[in-house]
Design a protein around this ligand. Structure first.
Ligand code: HEC
Length: 165
């Protein structure tokens, strides 16, 4: 009994401490300067584990081969935050924390189903939007196919897609 009572008191004390931290305003919500290493680890790990779990639980998206459609979507939307070969992100993309990653460097670490899940659902509390309601499924699958071509793509090759539009 004593042990259980002590446990409950400890839990209540923790809850009060947690509330005090939130309510006092010490949590810095500014989108300037990097997250501290522990916070960055916590957020990145939570994001990666959440995406892996949820993408695995959903039906696999059919792979797309429509790179032209994927490019159009990428160049009209994603490039402003993520940049692309020969293209820097614009000011609002540079002003986000966490920083939108340069996808050519990171896509290989994700499966197609995970990339599709991210584009469809977005990432809460980051600048990454959900495109589920604004775009057709065909476009979501096409942009995944296009970003999977980004590693090794030269600025000239990117510009070729632009000219071919
Ligand atoms: C308004 C800015 C913004 C736009 C527009 C945007 N993104 Fe993102 N995206 C982000 C941010 C910020 C993250 C980082 C999220 C995180 O770290 O949890 C991100 C993360 C991602 C990731 C995960 C990458 C990784 O390695 O962690 C993928 C994939 C992605 N975005 C694809 C896209 C695609 C494709 C589009 C266009 C259809 C797009 N994004 C449009 C801001 C944006």
């Amino acid at each position: 009994m004593k042990f259980i009572a002590g446990f409950i008191v400890a839990l209540v004390a923790l809850a009060i401490a947690g509330f005090a931290v939130v309510y006092s305003g010490v949590v810095n919500v500014a989108a300037r300067g990097p997250d501290s290493a522990p916070v960055a680890w916590l957020l990145t790990t939570a994001m990666q584990r959440s995406v892996a779990r949820r993408a695995a639980a959903e039906p696999q998206p059919a792979p797309s081969t429509d790179l032209k459609l994927g490019f159009r979507f990428y160049n009209e939307t994603c490039v402003y935050c993520h940049g692309g070969p020969g293209k820097d992100p614009v000011d609002f993309g540079k002003g986000l924390i966490p920083e939108p990653p340069y996808l050519a460097d990171t896509v290989a670490g994700w499966t197609g189903a995970e990339l599709y899940w991210i584009v469809k659902n977005g990432v809460r509390m980051t600048g990454m939007p959900s495109f589920a309601d604004s775009h057709k499924d065909e476009e979501l699958r096409a942009v995944v196919a296009f970003i999977q071509k980004l590693p090794g793509m030269t600025p000239e090759q990117y510009a070729e897609y632009e000219k071919a539009q």
